[in-house]
Ligand binder design. Structure first.
Ligand SMILES: [Zn+2]
Length: 183
Protein backbone atom coordinates (compact mmCIF):
# COMPACT_ATOMS: atom_id res chain seq x y z
CA UNK A 1 0.00 0.00 0.00
CA UNK A 2 1.60 3.27 -1.00
CA UNK A 3 0.93 6.59 0.66
CA UNK A 4 -0.38 9.43 -1.54
CA UNK A 5 2.01 12.30 -2.26
CA UNK A 6 2.45 15.08 0.27
CA UNK A 7 0.27 17.98 -1.01
CA UNK A 8 2.06 20.67 1.00
CA UNK A 9 4.03 23.46 -0.67
CA UNK A 10 6.87 23.00 1.84
CA UNK A 11 8.06 19.78 3.43
CA UNK A 12 11.34 18.56 4.86
CA UNK A 13 11.96 21.27 7.44
CA UNK A 14 13.08 20.16 10.93
CA UNK A 15 10.32 18.15 12.61
CA UNK A 16 8.76 20.87 14.83
CA UNK A 17 8.51 23.29 11.89
CA UNK A 18 7.35 20.54 9.57
CA UNK A 19 4.55 19.82 12.04
CA UNK A 20 3.51 23.49 12.11
CA UNK A 21 3.68 23.48 8.30
CA UNK A 22 0.83 20.98 8.15
CA UNK A 23 -1.34 24.11 7.97
CA UNK A 24 -0.87 26.34 4.97
CA UNK A 25 -2.70 28.85 2.81
CA UNK A 26 -2.89 29.17 -0.94
CA UNK A 27 -5.23 30.60 -3.58
CA UNK A 28 -7.86 28.01 -2.59
CA UNK A 29 -7.81 29.07 1.06
CA UNK A 30 -6.58 27.43 4.25
CA UNK A 31 -5.56 23.77 4.39
CA UNK A 32 -4.85 21.38 7.24
CA UNK A 33 -3.10 18.14 6.37
CA UNK A 34 -3.82 16.60 9.79
CA UNK A 35 -7.53 17.23 9.37
CA UNK A 36 -7.74 15.77 5.88
CA UNK A 37 -8.57 12.06 5.43
CA UNK A 38 -5.36 10.02 5.29
CA UNK A 39 -3.42 13.15 6.23
CA UNK A 40 -1.75 11.59 9.27
CA UNK A 41 -0.35 8.76 7.15
CA UNK A 42 0.98 11.25 4.62
CA UNK A 43 2.63 13.35 7.30
CA UNK A 44 4.20 10.36 9.10
CA UNK A 45 5.57 9.06 5.83
CA UNK A 46 6.85 12.51 4.82
CA UNK A 47 8.53 12.98 8.20
CA UNK A 48 10.17 9.53 8.04
CA UNK A 49 8.14 8.26 11.00
CA UNK A 50 5.80 5.82 9.25
CA UNK A 51 7.78 2.76 10.40
CA UNK A 52 8.04 3.69 14.06
CA UNK A 53 4.89 5.64 14.92
CA UNK A 54 1.43 4.07 15.05
CA UNK A 55 -1.27 5.62 12.91
CA UNK A 56 -3.71 6.12 15.75
CA UNK A 57 -6.12 8.68 17.14
CA UNK A 58 -3.75 9.10 20.08
CA UNK A 59 -0.88 10.01 17.74
CA UNK A 60 -3.11 12.48 15.92
CA UNK A 61 -4.41 14.12 19.12
CA UNK A 62 -0.89 14.42 20.55
CA UNK A 63 0.34 15.99 17.32
CA UNK A 64 -2.52 18.50 17.14
CA UNK A 65 -1.94 19.62 20.76
CA UNK A 66 1.81 19.91 20.24
CA UNK A 67 1.32 21.77 16.97
CA UNK A 68 -0.86 24.28 18.83
CA UNK A 69 1.89 24.87 21.39
CA UNK A 70 4.60 25.21 18.72
CA UNK A 71 2.46 27.51 16.60
CA UNK A 72 1.91 29.79 19.60
CA UNK A 73 5.58 29.78 20.55
CA UNK A 74 6.58 30.66 16.98
CA UNK A 75 4.41 33.77 16.82
CA UNK A 76 6.55 36.93 16.89
CA UNK A 77 4.33 38.11 19.74
CA UNK A 78 3.03 35.04 21.44
CA UNK A 79 -0.40 35.76 22.87
CA UNK A 80 0.02 33.48 25.84
CA UNK A 81 3.66 32.31 25.98
CA UNK A 82 3.26 30.80 29.42
CA UNK A 83 0.38 28.59 28.29
CA UNK A 84 2.27 27.56 25.15
CA UNK A 85 5.39 26.68 27.15
CA UNK A 86 3.28 24.67 29.56
CA UNK A 87 1.60 22.83 26.67
CA UNK A 88 4.97 21.99 25.16
CA UNK A 89 6.32 20.86 28.52
CA UNK A 90 3.31 18.61 28.90
CA UNK A 91 4.27 16.89 25.66
CA UNK A 92 7.88 16.64 26.80
CA UNK A 93 6.83 14.94 30.03
CA UNK A 94 5.57 11.98 28.00
CA UNK A 95 9.05 10.87 27.01
CA UNK A 96 12.81 10.90 27.39
CA UNK A 97 15.99 9.66 25.78
CA UNK A 98 17.46 6.49 27.20
CA UNK A 99 21.24 6.57 26.74
CA UNK A 100 23.40 3.50 26.54
CA UNK A 101 26.76 2.33 25.27
CA UNK A 102 26.46 0.12 22.24
CA UNK A 103 28.91 -1.78 20.08
CA UNK A 104 29.68 1.33 18.03
CA UNK A 105 29.61 3.89 20.78
CA UNK A 106 26.91 5.93 22.43
CA UNK A 107 23.30 5.19 21.62
CA UNK A 108 20.09 6.90 22.50
CA UNK A 109 16.59 5.64 22.21
CA UNK A 110 13.36 7.57 22.57
CA UNK A 111 11.07 6.22 25.24
CA UNK A 112 7.53 7.48 25.65
CA UNK A 113 4.88 6.39 28.14
CA UNK A 114 2.63 5.52 25.22
CA UNK A 115 3.44 4.91 21.52
CA UNK A 116 0.94 7.63 20.58
CA UNK A 117 3.25 10.30 22.01
CA UNK A 118 6.31 9.25 20.04
CA UNK A 119 5.95 11.67 17.10
CA UNK A 120 4.77 14.64 19.17
CA UNK A 121 7.55 14.15 21.71
CA UNK A 122 10.20 14.04 19.00
CA UNK A 123 8.85 17.26 17.48
CA UNK A 124 8.89 19.01 20.89
CA UNK A 125 12.37 17.74 21.76
CA UNK A 126 13.72 18.81 18.36
CA UNK A 127 12.31 22.29 18.95
CA UNK A 128 14.47 22.57 22.09
CA UNK A 129 17.50 21.60 20.02
CA UNK A 130 16.72 24.30 17.43
CA UNK A 131 16.55 26.84 20.26
CA UNK A 132 19.93 25.66 21.58
CA UNK A 133 21.41 25.62 18.11
CA UNK A 134 20.42 28.93 16.50
CA UNK A 135 16.95 30.28 17.29
CA UNK A 136 17.44 33.29 15.00
CA UNK A 137 17.40 30.89 12.06
CA UNK A 138 13.83 29.86 12.81
CA UNK A 139 11.89 32.09 10.43
CA UNK A 140 8.48 32.73 9.01
CA UNK A 141 7.99 33.15 5.27
CA UNK A 142 8.27 36.85 4.35
CA UNK A 143 4.90 36.72 2.60
CA UNK A 144 2.56 38.09 5.30
CA UNK A 145 -0.26 35.84 4.09
CA UNK A 146 1.85 32.69 4.24
CA UNK A 147 2.06 30.96 7.64
CA UNK A 148 4.90 28.57 6.73
CA UNK A 149 8.04 28.30 8.85
CA UNK A 150 11.53 27.21 7.97
CA UNK A 151 14.95 26.81 9.50
CA UNK A 152 17.42 28.82 7.48
CA UNK A 153 20.50 26.67 6.95
CA UNK A 154 21.99 28.85 4.21
CA UNK A 155 25.50 30.08 4.96
CA UNK A 156 24.61 33.78 4.82
CA UNK A 157 21.29 33.27 6.57
CA UNK A 158 19.37 35.29 4.01
CA UNK A 159 16.54 32.93 3.19
CA UNK A 160 13.24 34.85 3.13
CA UNK A 161 10.68 32.58 1.50
CA UNK A 162 9.17 29.22 2.22
CA UNK A 163 9.82 28.48 -1.42
CA UNK A 164 11.16 30.46 -4.34
CA UNK A 165 8.65 28.70 -6.61
CA UNK A 166 5.62 30.08 -4.78
CA UNK A 167 5.99 33.04 -2.40
CA UNK A 168 9.42 34.13 -3.67
CA UNK A 169 8.28 34.32 -7.27
CA UNK A 170 5.07 36.07 -6.37
CA UNK A 171 6.99 38.80 -4.55
CA UNK A 172 9.44 39.08 -7.44
CA UNK A 173 6.69 39.57 -10.01
CA UNK A 174 4.92 42.04 -7.70
CA UNK A 175 8.01 44.25 -7.41
CA UNK A 176 8.61 43.87 -11.15
CA UNK A 177 5.06 45.04 -11.79
CA UNK A 178 5.50 47.98 -9.37
CA UNK A 179 8.72 49.03 -11.10
CA UNK A 180 7.11 48.99 -14.52
CA UNK A 181 3.89 50.72 -13.56
CA UNK A 182 5.26 53.60 -11.57
CA UNK A 183 3.93 57.13 -12.10
ZN1 LIG B 1 5.51 31.34 1.82
Amino acid sequence: MSTPADPRPLAGEPLPLDLVNTRWTDDDGAHDLLESPGGLAIWLSSAGLAETVPQSQETLDALVTTREALFGLLQPESINPRRDRELLNETLRHGCFRRSLGEHGSERKVETDSPGWLAAWQAAEHYLRLLEDNPSRIRKCANPECPLRFYDVSKAGGRRWCSMATCGNRAKSRSHYARNHRG
